[in-house]
Design a binder for this molecule. Structure first.
Ligand code: HGY
Ligand code: MN
Ligand code: MN
Length: 407
């Protein structure tokens, strides 16, 4: 089996971390100056690894092997959450480059075709999994009109960063036979069970909505409680009902979050006339996702007809459908883990969404996880142990070689 270079991998990860470094984490939102600088560095790094690399028209960094297919596509995203960890996405990108480089340098595997990618906007600064959707040809006008929190659309951002007129690079059905992505688990299960590798069997779906409350702005001292139309009070009561109702329709791995909310005008002596919150829910089953959607819509209608405020809902556009990983690739990753660390690996679902959600309906796809320290992610404190990072890349390389050799 081909050995990866663990020291080189860790060094490259620590270099990528410097683009947008904040405390122990990273702030590298899509199309920001640091994101584009990181993408230019990734082009150079992919070229040094022996690949033909460029930034495409949506911002994906694609490194193409000099070898003819069949080829696997390895990658992940290089953008981050507003408060991101240094490994979320970045680790899968650097694994992909390290595996491609190691295989090209080894005479036994130098003929294998490994194309690599750093996807744009998996985290949904504008439109989640934007880059991988572009690669599989699913970009719509709605994607280009999607805006970040400052109101800049994808189309305007592409203009600003100089990508208008640059062609997007697409999946090649005659060349690409599989997509594999390595990622940190972002949860507690591997560390808690003492396993060092997770072999992903399926990935949850993600959906949600923005719920708006419209009442009457008024004086916080002179407005008697019985006649108030307090939008914030309606929001808080709604949140309590979401918890109770969702628990009644949830499945065993369901999760839901109200992670963003606001009131207007936001002054302590003013009864808020407006309030809003974003409700997000996830599950591995499309049926359970449907139950959540119906439950949320029914709750909004109930609050709108019975409460003092008008309540409405706009469905989110950053969802992902639940997907199943390809059984052959699951077996290849599991066999590679068993060879390196017998009995210290486990098959498991992913509670986080990934670019693999985009690929699974198009080509056989698989994912490998390594443990997250304390299960923490989407936080500057996100981290993993160096030996787990290096082991994960080695198992990933072994799985890629065995999968390509099996074709
Ligand atoms: O939210 C997610 O699951 C992914 O990290 N964007
Ligand atoms: Mn993430
Ligand atoms: Mn991620």
């Amino acid at each position: 089996m081909t050995d990866i270079d663990g020291a080189r991998l860790l060094e490259s990860l620590r270099t990528l971390r410097t683009f947008g470094a904040r405390d122990a984490g990273v702030v590298r939102p899509t199309y920001s100056d640091v994101d584009m600088a990181a993408r230019r560095w990734l082009v150079e790094t992919m070229i040094a690894a022996g690949l033909d690399a460029q930034i495409d028209g949506i911002g994906n960094v694609i490194g193409r092997s000099p070898n003819p297919g069949p080829a696997v596509v390895l990658g992940s995203h290089s953008d981050t959450q507003p408060e991101g960890g240094w490994l979320d996405g970045a680790m899968g990108v650097m694994y992909a480059i390290e595996v491609a480089r190691a295989l090209l340098a080894d005479p036994d595997t130098a003929h294998l075709a490994v194309d690599v990618a750093a996807w744009a906007d998996e985290e949904g600064t504008y439109a989640s999994a934007l880059g991988s959707h572009s690669f599989v040809g699913e970009i719509t006008e709605a994607h280009l009109a999607a805006a970040n929190a400052e109101g800049e659309t994808v189309a305007e951002a592409l203009e600003r960063v100089g990508l208008v007129g640059v062609d997007p690079i697409r999946l090649e059905p005659d060349r690409h036979v599989a997509y594999l992505e390595a990622h940190i688990e972002q949860g507690p299960h591997l560390e808690a069970s003492g396993n060092r590798i997770g072999v992903v069997t399926g990935i949850v779906g993600i959906a949600g909505a923005t719920v708006r409350f419209r009442g009457e702005q008024n004086h916080a001292g002179t407005t008697p409680m019985p006649i108030r139309k307090d939008a914030a009070a309606a929001l808080f009561e709604f949140g309590v009902h979401v918890r109770a109702r969702f628990a009644q329709v949830a499945g065993p791995v369901s999760v839901w979050t109200i992670g963003n909310l606001g009131v207007h005008p936001g002054a302590e002596s003013i009864v808020p006339g407006e309030a809003w919150c974003q409700v997000q829910y996830r599950d591995a089953s499309a049926d359970v996702m449907e139950r959540f959607a119906d439950t949320l819509a029914a709750l909004v209608a109930e609050f709108d007809t019975t409460g003092p405020c008008a309540v409405s809902m706009e469905r989110g556009d950053k969802g992902m459908a639940p997907v199943t990983m390809d059984a052959t690739i699951v077996r290849a990753i599991g066999a590679a883990a068993e060879r390196r660390i017998p009995d210290a690996w486990v098959e498991m679902p992913s509670g986080a969404g990934h670019d693999a959600n985009t690929f699974a309906p198009h080509i056989p796809s698989g994912m490998l996880f390594i443990p997250s320290i304390g299960g923490v992610s989407h936080d500057f404190a996100e981290d993993s142990h160096d030996d787990d990072i290096v082991l994960g890349c080695q198992v990933f390389a072994d799985a890629v070689v065995s999968h390509l050799d099996s074709l």
